[in-house]
Design a protein around this ligand. Structure first.
Ligand SMILES: C[S@@+](CC[C@H](N)C(=O)[O-])C[C@H]1O[C@@H](n2cnc3c(N)ncnc32)[C@H](O)[C@@H]1O
Length: 234
């Protein structure tokens, strides 16, 4: 009986994930070009839309356990909401490298870094799966479902990390299939920020495959997660 319920849940979830919404790419894979365009258009309002997400952001940051002198990557850094905390954690002897595909978002990140005097921050413009990343001790994936659902990008980030490097991701996910109202809300809101709903059940799965086992915590009735761990090299 429980297997039957699980199978029905899977079927319902697959139907649920079908891409028939404006903003979601037709083949349900991430579209860097669509993301670039959308975030260039919405960069000036972005910070207002993410105020409620301070807790998972902070938890992912804390999970990295950054130390003075380290280099940390802020993958798809957007307007730089995480830059101050990262910059302070690694100190003047450390280095924060933020990367984002949207020039509009990155311009805001640059203005923030300048206004706050974050002298250890460098910003790179481009698709994370294509740009060259420096060697680093840790990488943060904060609300960047599109990048996490791009295996080549995730592998490139993990490859740039030193042995035992740390990774942490925070973002939106589907709750248990039975939590229908929550999942309807996630389904409705997510396309404002992401170009694919693929992988919303376990957004960290590509990261776990590339890096190793992750500790995953659910928040807000299962609609948010924080995943973190260390890179295991065999
Ligand atoms: C929801 S915002 C998150 C921004 C920031 N990390 C935060 O926590 O607020 C998603 C960001 O991912 C960026 N992005 C999407 N696909 C990307 C890619 N392939 N390479 C680099 N950045 C990407 C977008 O431009 C956008 O700034």
């Amino acid at each position: 009986m429980s297997q039957l319920i699980a199978a029905l849940d899977e079927k319902r979830l697959r139907r649920f994930q079908r891409s028939d919404t404006p903003g979601v790419s037709p083949n349900n894979t991430p579209s860097p070009e669509a993301a670039r365009q959308r975030y260039d258009e919405t960069a000036n309002r972005y910070d207002l839309t993410t105020r409620l997400l301070a807790r998972p952001r902070r938890q992912a940051f804390e999970a990295l356990g950054l130390r003075a002198g380290e280099t940390v990557l802020d993958i798809a850094c957007g307007t730089g909401l995480n830059l101050s905390a990262l910059s302070r954690a690694v100190g003047s002897s450390g280095h924060v490298v933020g990367a984002d595909i949207s020039a509009g978002m990155l311009a805001r990140a640059k203005a923030r870094a300048t206004a706050e005097g974050l002298g250890n921050v460098e910003l790179l413009l481009g698709d994370v799966s294509k740009i060259e990343l420096p060697d680093a001790d840790a990488a943060l994936f904060s609300f960047t479902h599109d990048v996490l659902r791009t295996p080549v990008a995730v592998r490139a980030v993990v490859a740039s990390l030193r042995s035992s490097g740390r990774v942490a991701a925070a973002g939106v996910k589907y709750a248990h299939p039975a939590a229908i109202p929550i999942n309807l809300a996630v389904r409705a809101v997510a396309p404002r920020f992401i170009t694919t709903r693929e992988g919303l059940r376990r957004p960290w799965s590509n990261l776990a495959e590339a890096a190793g086992p992750l500790k995953v915590e659910s928040l807000l009735f299962g609609s948010l997660y924080v995943a973190s761990g260390r890179v295991l090299r065999t």
